[in-house]
Design a protein around this ligand. Sequence first.
Ligand SMILES: Nc1nc2c(ncn2[C@@H]2O[C@H](COP(=O)(O)OP(=O)(O)OP(=O)(O)O)[C@@H](O)[C@H]2O)c(=O)[nH]1
Ligand SMILES: [Mg+2]
Length: 220
Amino acid sequence: MTDFSAPKAAVQFRTAAFLQSASAVENAPSDQGWEVAFAGRSNSGKSSAINTLTSQGKLARTSRTPGRTQLINFFALSDSQRLVDLPGYGFAKVPLAVKKKWNQQLERYLQRRESLRGLVMLMDIRHPLTDADKQMLGWAISASMPVHILLTKADKLKRGPAQSTLLSVREALAEHAELVSVQLFSSLKRKGVEELGTKINLWLTDDSVIDDLPEINADD
Ligand SMILES: Nc1nc2c(ncn2[C@@H]2O[C@H](COP(=O)(O)OP(=O)(O)OP(=O)(O)O)[C@@H](O)[C@H]2O)c(=O)[nH]1
Ligand SMILES: [Mg+2]
């Protein structure tokens, strides 16, 4: 995508490459640059969404078995931009002690990770805003972390019901509209990919980056 009329450090999603896995937040790559994390319940479609966004079918591992992604997986978009696939929460078969530990880590990651610019939260459109989702949202909001919600697997509902779920989730979160946005998404149908890409672009590029760019279009 070359757009010389509007010089921006547009994110190159297709060039995403696996960077590293971490078993705990402490083992994450150094906290520099910018990153966007994907969070959601097990099986909500996080890994699939990352693959769809990057047009790389096998970048993040997907599975029919919930709880598949146990590690935090970091993908590099550039030297200073990353996507993060977080382990799913709310998986019934995980022991309580493990769940508690992971919840603590998620909360800490949201509060302390300097490079984290925004959180993409995924919810299966057929059961959005579960208790676990609300808890996660609460942490993000109290950390003033921008959140973009994907109502995933939108292909599972007809257009009317999908649209009304979108409106009702927006309405439920209306008081946080400055921090929280919501859209429909389907990896299967590649629906909502552009909207998601635009949001992430906004988070992963900022004025200082744009100012640092060489003036490739100084004439106009
Ligand atoms: N119909 C439909 N199925 C989807 C979509 N996105 C993901 N799935 C399916 O949902 C299942 C889980 O997808 P994943 O992307 O592995 O989910 P995840 O959130 O990464 O799961 P964990 O890593 O276990 O937390 C897989 O069987 C996917 O094929 C979608 O847009 N539409
Ligand atoms: Mg996964």
